[in-house]
Design a protein around this ligand. Structure first.
Ligand SMILES: NC(=O)C1=CN([C@@H]2O[C@H](COP(=O)(O)OP(=O)(O)OC[C@H]3O[C@@H](n4cnc5c(N)ncnc54)[C@H](OP(=O)(O)O)[C@@H]3O)[C@@H](O)[C@H]2O)C=CC1
Ligand SMILES: CC(=O)N[C@@H](CCC(=O)OP(=O)(O)O)C(=O)O
Length: 348
């Protein structure tokens, strides 16, 4: 595909000084079709990128602009990696022909009451949801000019559980407990993320159905189940920088056996470029996904408890944000879905 100037596809990144913006730039810098255009930020506008993201040496001397519609105009693709609530007003001022990929939450939820209840502001709307593996979504993403990139926890929990609903194996009542690295919270300072609070300690937060990713997971699984699904979601914070490991369980219906569970997951992920159902007996670990767009999944039937147990790992900044964003953008632009992305992690 050619960009607007007959050259490469010109992409702007808003929020280039943040974690998600930095990961987008790491991927875009190695993508064969994208040319990196404007880079914008908030308080850091006017600073050279190299002072903030020294791992991105080829872009080190690029100066961050203020995040305005004017700075973002003249691009084929605009990636927004801004705090929640910022994308809605900005997107309205970007042309309908521009592909806008929002890494924030503004356009993920269908239900305005859910949005207002969990985010406390007016609902901006709903865009095609950037999780191509979810039944029906890949088709919706092809050719679209607006993409809502899923949250990191919803990405991993949905991939872990949707095959069980697609095959009608489980009751519509699930428990998700997920451990995240601290980069999931972004770069700006937060008291509970001080090194002395996080190092050497694991802790729960957002407990009791109050985390804003609960309605997103509920929405995704309900759409596959074809009925409302109750989700009990507990996030936890662990002393690592990147990665999420989600442990997800649900009661199985009568007569469901281990072979049916395995078959359902094999069939759901057959041909998926980024989701790998691990060989039986091998369990996902976050380190295996570091810097890769892979989601590793394992599933088993706990016969004594009558529950399906699915465990999945992703890198929250790659498959959980920037990699997922580029995967969906590739689809929207008619490029090969895996272009510029890797499933190769780092080990140990
Ligand atoms: N971290 C993760 O794992 C995930 C993040 N996301 C989403 O991606 C988005 C960015 O998150 P993340 O990178 O982690 O956050 P960071 O705090 O690391 O980065 C936020 C970015 O937004 C910019 N910014 C902040 N306020 C403003 C403003 N008022 N106007 C313009 N720009 C502003 C910051 O610029 P400056 O440096 O100048 O302040 C920075 O570039 C969020 O919506 C987040 O929910 C989604 C999935 C996972
Ligand atoms: C560890 C940590 O704090 N994680 C973040 C999740 C970040 C994420 O996925 O992003 P969105 O904000 O885009 O929804 C949290 O719990 O708020």
């Amino acid at each position: 595909m050619e960009g607007i100037d007959g050259m490469g596809i010109r992409a702007a990144v808003a929020g280039a000084s943040g974690y998600a913006g930095g990961e987008l730039l790491r991927i875009l810098a190695g993508h064969p079709e994208f040319e990196i255009g404007a880079l914008t930020a908030g308080a850091n506008a006017g600073t050279e990128l190299g002072a903030l993201q020294p791992h991105l040496r080829p872009l080190a001397d690029r100066v961050l602009a203020e995040t305005t519609p004017e700075a973002l105009s003249g691009h084929d693709v605009v990636f927004l990696a801004l705090p929640h609530g910022r994308s809605g007003p900005l997107a309205e001022q970007l042309g309908d022909d521009v592909l806008v990929v929002d890494c924030g939450a503004d356009f993920r939820l269908h239900d305005a009451a859910d949005w207002e209840g969990f985010y406390g502001s007016p609902h901006a709307g709903t865009w095609p949801y950037g999780l191509p593996e979810l039944p029906g979504r890949r088709e919706e993403l092809r050719g679209t000019r607006r993409i809502a990139v899923p949250g990191c926890y919803p990405t991993v929990a949905t991939l872990a559980l949707f095959p069980a609903f697609a095959a009608g194996l489980v009751e519509p009542d699930v428990v998700v407990v997920a451990a995240s690295g601290t980069s999931g919270a972004g770069k700006s300072p937060k008291t509970h993320l001080l090194g002395s609070e996080v190092m050497g300690s694991a802790s729960a937060y957002g407990v009791g159905g109050v985390h804003r990713h609960t309605p997103e997971i509920t929405q995704n699984l309900g759409a596959v189940a074809g009925e409302p699904v109750t989700v009990s979601f507990t996030p936890t914070l662990v002393p690592m920088s990147r990665g999420i490991l989600a442990t997800c369980t649900a009661k199985v219906g009568p007569g469901v056996d281990a072979a049916a569970v395995r078959r359902a997951y094999e069939s759901a992920f057959d041909g998926e470029p980024f989701v790998w159902l691990l060989p039986e007996g091998r369990w996902p670990a976050t380190a295996m996904t570091l810097g890769s767009n892979a989601a590793l999944v394992q599933v088993v039937l706990d016969e004594r408890a009558g529950r399906l147990v699915a465990v999945a790992a992703i890198d929250n900044l790659t498959k959980g944000t920037a990699g997922g964003a580029v995967q969906s953008a590739n689809l929207a632009l008619g490029l090969p879905e895996d272009l510029g992305l890797t499933t190769i992690g780092v080990s140990p």
